[in-house]
Design a protein around this ligand. Sequence first.
Ligand SMILES: [Zn+2]
Length: 230
Amino acid sequence: MDVFASIDTETTGLDPETSRVIQIGVVIGRVTGTSWNLLDEYSVLIQPDDFVIPDSKHHHVTHADAMKRGVPLAIAFAALDALIALHKVTRMAAYNAAFDKEMLAAEARRYDFQTSDFQFLDLPWDCIMKKVASGGRWSKLTKVHSLMFPGRKAFRAHDALEDARAAMDVLAALSDPAKVSLLYCNHPTKKKGTCRNQAGSCPHHKTSKAPHAIVGLALVLTVFCYRISK
Ligand SMILES: [Zn+2]
């Protein structure tokens, strides 16, 4: 039974060499079968030491906020590692593991830390996106989460803690064949048995015409009501 630390970073950009980590969210949970239970969680803003956080639609962190409420990176890294040791975490997980791990490793290099100084950089990492995509190109976490948990309220994307929690949901649900089948087009194919492209957006098999019909009907009704109200 693995104890996972699902981690997500908010960053100022996509290039680890020039972009900076500004928020870290981690959710620590024990995964049992197809579900998980929360052991701990930690969300921290990083105080920008020598850079300015530009406003962005990709995160909700402002420079003023990070200066006021943030902590120095070394403190955040130490706190994160203490939690990982406390709960005897065995594996790290992230939706896009290569990205988050490299962003964190680049910060460590800036401060002359070694990878071996921190368990979260040293432990094995699982990439949830790769597990979902099984080799192909795949969508954002919000889309994957909404496919697997159709009834649930959408989470606040681009908040590191919310993303880390949603990633843990997806990670555990990947052990549930019923949930996994919701991800794919599933149209019968000659070669592979069933189509593994993303449900609803497979270019070959239109799997969801219903939403378009509903939108179309709503539009017609709106125009109709508008006209008769005149
Ligand atoms: Zn298909």
